[in-house]
Design a protein around this ligand. Structure first.
Ligand SMILES: Cc1ncc(COP(=O)(O)O)c(C=O)c1O
Length: 405
C-alpha cells in the first residue's frame, strides 16, 4: 500500500520551513530530495567503507568495490536490462548522452546521415548531436509536438528516412510532462536498423521502465532525480551497440594493457568508465533505486496519476493561468505563464509562501520557441507531494494574481 505520509517521513528536508512557511517542494523535476536511507548510506560509505575501487587488494578497497559494483545489478533490475554489463556508470544523463555521441555516433555516422529529434528535448539531448552537425556534417531532423504538447509516434516514424541512423527522444518532457510512446518508436526504428536513444531522465522517475520491452539501444538515467546523490547516473547500452563503440574518455580503469606504443582496452562496461568514478554517489544511487523498488514503481505511477489529475483540475480552474501542455496521460509536471507577470516574479512570490518552483526556459529552448514563450514557471511533483500541496500552490498563485493582476 502506498502511504504518502510514511514516504514523506523518510525525507527529513520536507519537514523544514522556508520563509516561515512549511516547505512545499515542487522542483523535483530539477532535482529530487533524498530519503534518510540514502543520506545514511553516504555517511556510512565515507565513515566506514571508503577506499578507491577496482585498484587495491586491501580490505576496504575490496569492500568499496563490492558495494560499488553491486549497484550495476540494481540498475539492471530497475531498468530490466538483460545483463548488468549493459549498464555503464556516468555522472548523469548529460554524460550518458555525450558518451553515446562521442563513442558511438562519431564512430558510425557519416556526413549527410540524419539524427531524428523531437522538439520536446532537453538541451542534454540536443547539444551533443549539434556537435556532430558542426564537426561531421550530420543532419538534425526535428519533429514538432501538437498544440497540447503530445508527440505523435507516427510523425517520428515518418521522419525516419534512408539516411537516418539514430532517433533520440525523451520518454517524458521536463517542461510539459508529456509522455511519449517510445516503444512504438523504438520498435519501428529497430525494424529499419536505426539506433534509438531514449532520454529516461524524467520517465524513469515516474513509472516502471523495461528497456527490453521498449526496445531501445541507449537509455540514460540521472541519479539525483531518482532520489539519489547528484553526480550519479547510468546508461543502459544494448550489448550489440557496445560492440560498435570506441572508448569515450581515456585513463585509468578502462584499459587492459598500456605500453609506450599501444593500448588495449578493458571489456565493457569498464571500457567506458575512465578514472576514479563517483564511488559514494553511485553507492547512494543504488540505495535510492532499491528504496524505489521496495515502494514499487507501479505504486509510484498510480499515486502520481491521481496527484496529476487533481493538480490538472485545480490549475485549469484558474482561467487566468496559461498551462502549457495538456496531453492525455501526462505526468505531474506543470508549466504555466500568467499575463502581466514574468515567471521569475511569480516564482519569487511563490517562494515567499514556501512554494519552491522553477522559472526559466528549463534547458528546452526549442520547445519554448515552439510554444511561443520565452520562459515559464514549472511545478514538478514527486511521489512525496500531496493534494494539500497542490492547494497551497493554488493559494499562492491566487496571491500572485492579486499582486500582479
Ligand atoms: C529530460 C531531461 N533530460 C536530460 C536532463 C539532464 O540531466 P542531468 O543534468 O542530470 O545530466 C534533464 C535534467 O533536467 C532532463 O529533465
Amino acid at each position: 500500500m502506498f502511504d504518502v505520509n510514511a514516504i514523506r517521513a523518510d525525507f527529513p528536508i520536507l519537514s523544514r520551513q522556508v520563509n516561515g512557511q512549511p516547505l512545499t517542494y515542487l522542483d523535483s523535476g530539477a532535482s529530487a530530495q533524498k530519503p534518510q536511507v540514502v543520506i545514511d548510506a553516504i555517511t556510512k560509505a565515507y565513515s566506514e567503507e571508503y577506499a578507491n575501487v577496482h585498484r587495491g587488494l586491501h580490505y576496504l578497497s575490496n569492500l568499496a568495490t563490492d558495494k560499488y559494483e553491486n549497484v550495476r545489478q540494481v540498475v539492471a533490475k530497475f531498468l530490466n536490462a538483460g545483463h548488468e554489463d549493459e549498464i555503464v556508470f556516468t555522472s548523469g544523463t548529460t554524460e550518458g548522452i555525450n558518451l553515446v555521441a562521442y563513442s558511438w555516433a562519431m564512430e558510425n555516422l557519416q556526413p549527410g546521415d540524419e539524427i531524428v529529434l523531437s522538439v520536446l528535448e532537453h538541451h542534454a539531448n540536443i547539444v551533443p548531436w549539434n556537435f556532430l552537425r558542426e564537426r561531421q556534417g550530420v543532419v538534425l531532423k526535428w519533429v514538432d509536438c501538437a498544440a497540447d504538447g503530445s508527440l505523435d509516434p507516427q510523425a517520428v516514424i515518418d521522419a525516419m528516412g534512408p539516411k537516418t541512423k539514430l532517433v533520440a527522444v525523451t520518454q517524458m518532457s521536463n517542461v510539459t510532462g508529456t509522455r511519449v510512446d517510445v516503444k512504438t518508436i523504438c520498435h519501428a526504428a529497430r525494424e529499419k536498423g536505426i539506433a534509438t536513444l531514449i532520454d529516461g531522465s524524467q520517465g524513469a522517475v515516474h513509472g516502471p521502465v523495461d528497456v527490453q520491452d521498449i526496445g531501445c539501444d541507449f537509455y540514460p538515467i540521472t541519479g539525483h532525480k531518482l532520489y539519489g546523490p547528484s553526480g550519479s547516473g547510468a546508461i543502459y547500452i544494448r550489448a550489440e551497440r557496445q560492440a560498435e563503440m570506441r572508448p569515450f574518455m581515456g585513463g585509468g580503469d578502462m584499459i587492459d594493457t598500456v605500453t609506450k606504443d599501444a593500448v588495449t582496452y578493458a571489456k565493457p562496461p569498464l571500457k567506458f568508465e575512465a578514472g576514479t568514478p563517483g564511488i559514494v554517489q553511485t553507492i547512494g544511487m543504488g540505495v535510492a533505486l532499491d528504496y524505489l523498488m521496495q515502494i514499487g514503481m507501479e505504486n509510484v505511477a498510480a499515486y502520481e496519476a491521481k496527484l496529476a489529475a487533481y493538480a490538472s483540475e485545480k490549475l485549469q480552474n484558474l482561467n487566468w493561468l496559461n498551462v502549457q501542455g495538456t496531453a492525455p496521460g501526462k505526468g505531474a509536471i506543470f508549466s504555466f505563464t500568467m499575463e502581466g507577470a514574468h515567471p521569475h516574479d511569480i516564482s519569487t512570490v511563490l517562494d515567499k509562501k514556501g512554494v519552491a518552483v522553477r522559472a526559466g526556459s528549463h534547458c528546452a529552448m526549442p520547445l519554448m520557441q515552439h510554444l511561443g514563450v520565452t520562459a515559464t514557471c514549472r511545478a514538478s511533483f514527486a511521489m512525496y507531494n500531496t493534494t494539500e500541496e497542490v492547494d497551497r500552490l493554488v493559494e499562492a498563485l491566487e496571491l500572485c494574481r492579486e499582486f500582479f493582476g
